[in-house]
Design a protein around this ligand. Structure first.
Ligand SMILES: [Zn+2]
Ligand SMILES: [Zn+2]
Length: 298
C-alpha cells in the first residue's frame, strides 16, 4: 500500500461481500471477499473487520512488517459473525515474530471476545491455535467510548438491530470523519411497525452519528423487495439507507455488505437505478457500491 499523504484518510476496501464469500466470474468486479476495510492515516493503519478480505490485506502489508520493526495492527470488529472474523487466522502479520495485533470489540456479548476468537482457532476448526501465533495478540473489549489510535479518535456505538448485536465506528482526524456502520437493520429503526420511543431514540442516535460525515460505509444488503421477506435478518434496504444518509448530509456513501446473490451486473443496475438522483441537487451525495481493491481518499 502506498504511504498516506499527510492529514489524509485512505480507506481501502479488501472485502465488501456480506454473509459468505462469493468467488466466481459474476462477482469479480465488486469482489467476493467478506468485510474488511483498512483506513490509513499518517503512520496508523486501522482495520475494520476481519472477514476473508483481511487475507489479501495481510499479504500486501506482510513484507513491509517483516522488513522493519512492525507497527501494531489495530483491528476493530463490528461483531463476531463469521463473515467478519473468518479471515483472522489467515492474516499474514499474525505469523510475523515481533508483530503486534490489537483487536477491539464489544463487551456486550454472551461470551468474552477472546473466547470467541480463540474458539474459531480451536484445533477442530483450524490447525494453528491462537496461542501458537508468532505475533502478540491483545484483545480489548471496548464499550460506548472514544479510543485513540495515532491521531485518529474513534467513537464506538452499539447497534441493537442485528442478531447478537454489532457496533459502529466513527473515525475522526483533523476535521475529517468516516463512519463504518454495517450489519444493522435500519428499517426496523426508521420504519417500525408501530410507533416506538426506543426506536425513535435509536433513530436519533444513528442520525447524529452519521451527520455530515465525509464517508459512510454502510449496510445496504437488500432491495426493498428482498427486505420484505428478510425482516429480522439484521440488514438494511438500499432506498432507506440512501434516504437517511442524504437527509443527514453524508458526503460520500459506500453501499456495503453486498448480498451473496448479487452479481456485478445487478450491482451496476442498482447504481443506475438509485445513484443519479442523489448525485444531483444543492448538496449532492456521491453514492457508490463498494468495490474490492478500491481506495477512497478523504
Ligand atoms: Zn455480516
Ligand atoms: Zn452479522
Amino acid at each position: 500500500m502506498s504511504a498516506a499523504s499527510p492529514s489524509k484518510f485512505l480507506a481501502t476496501f479488501w472485502g465488501t461481500r456480506g454473509s459468505i464469500s462469493t468467488p466466481g466470474s459474476s462477482t469479480e468486479k465488486y469482489g467476493g471477499n467478506t468485510p474488511c476495510v483498512s483506513v490509513q492515516h499518517r503512520d496508523s493503519r486501522i482495520i475494520l473487520d476481519a472477514g476473508t478480505g483481511i487475507r489479501p490485506l495481510g499479504l500486501e502489508v506482510g513484507p513491509e512488517l517483516r522488513a522493519k520493526a512492525p507497527s501494531p495492527q489495530h483491528i476493530l470488529l463490528s461483531h463476531t459473525h463469521w463473515d467478519h472474523i473468518q479471515g483472522l487466522p489467515f492474516f499474514e502479520p499474525a505469523y510475523i515474530p515481533g508483530a503486534e495485533l490489537i483487536i477491539y470489540g464489544s463487551p456486550q456479548k454472551e461470551s468474552f471476545l477472546e473466547a470467541i476468537l480463540r474458539g474459531q482457532m480451536d484445533i477442530n476448526y483450524f490447525p494453528v491455535e491462537m496461542k501458537e501465533l508468532a505475533a502478540s495478540v491483545t484483545i480489548r473489549e471496548v464499550g460506548d467510548q472514544v479510543i485513540s489510535i495515532g491521531d485518529v479518535q474513534i467513537e464506538i456505538q452499539e447497534q441493537v438491530c442485528h442478531p447478537g448485536g454489532s457496533v459502529r465506528f466513527r473515525l475522526e482526524a483533523e476535521g475529517k470523519r468516516i463512519v463504518y456502520a454495517t450489519d444493522v437493520e435500519l428499517n426496523a429503526i426508521f420504519e417500525p411497525p408501530e410507533p416506538s420511543a426506543s426506536m425513535d431514540r435509536l433513530a436519533t442516535e444513528y442520525r447524529e452519528f452519521i451527520s455530515g460525515v465525509d464517508l459512510l460505509i454502510a449496510d445496504g444488503q437488500f432491495t426493498t423487495e428482498e427486505y420484505e421477506t428478510r425482516k429480522g435478518w439484521g440488514h438494511t434496504s438500499i432506498p432507506l439507507l440512501l434516504r437517511v444518509a442524504s437527509e443527514q448530509g453524508v458526503k460520500q456513501l459506500a453501499v456495503f455488505h453486498h448480498d451473496p446473490e448479487r452479481s456485478d451486473m445487478l450491482i451496476d443496475a442498482l447504481w443506475h437505478e438509485h445513484a443519479p438522483e442523489y448525485r444531483r441537487g444543492p448538496s449532492p451525495m456521491n453514492v457508490f457500491w463498494a468495490r474490492e481493491g478500491m481506495t477512497v481518499e478523504i
